[in-house]
Design a protein around this ligand. Sequence first.
Ligand SMILES: Nc1nc2c(c(=O)[nH]1)N[C@@H](CN(C=O)c1ccc(C(=O)N[C@@H](CCC(=O)O)C(=O)O)cc1)CN2
Ligand code: MG
Length: 297
Amino acid sequence: MTAAIIDGKAFAEELRARVADAVPGFAAAAGRAPGLAVVLVGEDPASSVYVRSKGKATTAAGMLSLEHRLPASATENELLEVVRLLNADPQVDGILVQLPLPAHIDEAAVIAAIDPAKDVDGFHVVNAGKLAVGDRSGMVPCTPLGCLMLLKEQRGDLSGLDAVVIGRSNIVGKPMAQLLLAESCTVTIAHSRTRALSDVVRRADIVVAAVGRPEMVKGSWLREGAVVIDVGINRVAGAEPGKTRLVGDVDFADAMGHVGAITPVPGGVGPMTIAVLLRNTLVAAHLRQGLPVPEGI
Ligand SMILES: Nc1nc2c(c(=O)[nH]1)N[C@@H](CN(C=O)c1ccc(C(=O)N[C@@H](CCC(=O)O)C(=O)O)cc1)CN2
Ligand SMILES: [Mg+2]
């Protein structure tokens, strides 16, 4: 069997174009562009790259991009003060605090301080709770929502399918499971303590791998024809000395001989994260202004 490669990069570009197309309508009705503020604490190289990409994508979509950089030595109170200022700023519709934060800052306390209406990451307990009870008015985390969009594009109706989510983080695993449950999948969340993981994964029509372990999921673990969404972004040693390359949580080459469709790394889920962030910012802007959310985003 030859697997289809799910082109997340192309899908993300289409979503970004749809968001950009809807921005002038918002601006005409609200008298301002939607605004996204991204906060970065410290100089983690990967986080710096993601924050820069988010700023560029926000501007390219015709939105207002604000960036706040704090040194790695910033205190939790200093960060909370920035969040409070952004909560009160009427031109800011979305606030995103780039994770991970330095170890001395309590991530949960910072997320709890964000106005849930501006929580475009969907990490606030109010938004997590809304997702859990099926209230569609909340913000949904970007990566899982991007994964769901790719899955629906590939498989259409997901109702009744067996889905295994590997990983139980608040950012990906748990919200992903909630989204699949809302699509009437039979959902299993597997994690580091799951026994006979390969047997659990083998039952799945849909596998979402989000564990952060390079190429952990092997082709022999996967059911013939399964759709595999690989959330992992792991940098490993490359073939040449001193070079590195990115791999997912799934052994892509091995999986190709078994599955029906799979996302590559890079170029799969990653680009969807930023496209959905723009989509969430546009949604938050409409809701905050009391405007109807445009269809098709
Ligand atoms: N507050 C948040 N922090 C973090 C999130 C998040 O959604 N909200 N997600 C990740 C990082 N992330 C965005 O912030 C992100 C990760 C990866 C990509 C991406 O496009 N990856 C590319 C490869 C990039 C490379 O070459 O290194 C790909 O997969 O094709 C975008 C965004 C953690 N923090
Ligand atoms: Mg094999």
